[in-house]
Design a protein around this ligand. Structure first.
Ligand code: PGA
Length: 252
């Protein structure tokens, strides 16, 4: 089954609402002719409304960078699925390595957040990936398998239609170090095998697996050209409309 390329910009804690609107206004013009890829921008929470307004009527979709597992209650600093739905976002990122590293995110909380998003009808980019130490210890595939099995626990084959996996080697995020296309492809293929074991071949072949970690215009073609790499989750190189457009167009 042909998998449609999906390229998402994770803007992390960058850009005010005004800056967000300005970049999306520029981006939507530059990518208006792109039909072979889904394009998603995930701004910080306070910029989401401005982003949704700026992207209205274009082929740029908007997502959030996190979501609460609970629907309401005493969870200071969290934002629930219905609150996000109300803003007009259609996507959510769960399990980003920065959340795991700095905010004590675990596979169990990633799982709970992902389920909350699915229950609200949001689509989810679930992030997985090994640290440098884990790669050096040659346990990359094992780490990814654990993160996939625990992160997707209890999520049905039908629900997998609304899930994208983002494989992001932690050592490649924001470091300028990219996994070579061959190295990334090997791990993507291993992740797809895990999905096959969990959901069967038909579902596994239909799930998109993005690569993330220092993807840029100069390497997106080679990375997305690999059989099992179906797009990208892009940090730094998604912040400037022209750079992100070049990255997207080179990948197609
Ligand atoms: P980077 O970030 O492209 O800046 O390496 C990727 C990510 O964290 O999603």
């Amino acid at each position: 089954m042909a998998r449609k390329t999906i390229i998402a910009g994770n803007w992390k804690m960058n850009k005010t609402a005004a800056e967000t609107a300005a970049v999306i206004n520029e981006l939507k013009g530059l990518v208006a002719d792109v039909t072979d890829a889904e394009i998603v921008i995930c701004p910080t929470f306070t910029s989401i409304t401005a982003a949704v307004e700026a992207a209205a009527g274009s082929n740029v979709q908007i997502g959030a960078q996190n979501i609460a597992w609970a629907e309401s209650g005493a969870f200071t600093g969290e934002i629930s699925a219905s609150m996000l739905k109300e803003t007009g976002v259609t996507w959510v990122i769960t399990g980003h390595s920065e959340r795991r590293q700095y905010f004590a995110e675990t596979d169990a909380t990633v799982n709970a957040r992902t389920k909350a998003a699915l229950a609200a009808g949001l689509k989810v980019m679930v992030c997985i990936g090994e640290t440098l130490e884990e790669r050096e210890d040659e346990i990359t595939n094992a780490v990814c398998e654990i993160q996939l099995r625990r992160g997707l626990k209890g999520i049905s084959a039908e629900e997998m239609a609304n899930i994208v996996i983002a494989y992001e080697p932690v050592w490649a995020i924001g470091t300028g170090k990219t996994a070579t296309p061959e190295m990334a492809e090997e791990t993507h293929a291993a992740c797809r095998s895990v999905l096959t074991a969990m959901y069967g071949e038909e579902v596994a072949e239909s799930v998109r697996i993005q690569y993330g970690g220092s993807m840029k215009a100069a390497n997106s073609a080679q990375l997305v050209g690999q059989t099992n790499i179906d797009g990208g989750l892009v940090g730094g190189a998604s912040l400037v409309a022209e750079d992100f457009t070049a990255l997207i167009k080179n990948a197609l």
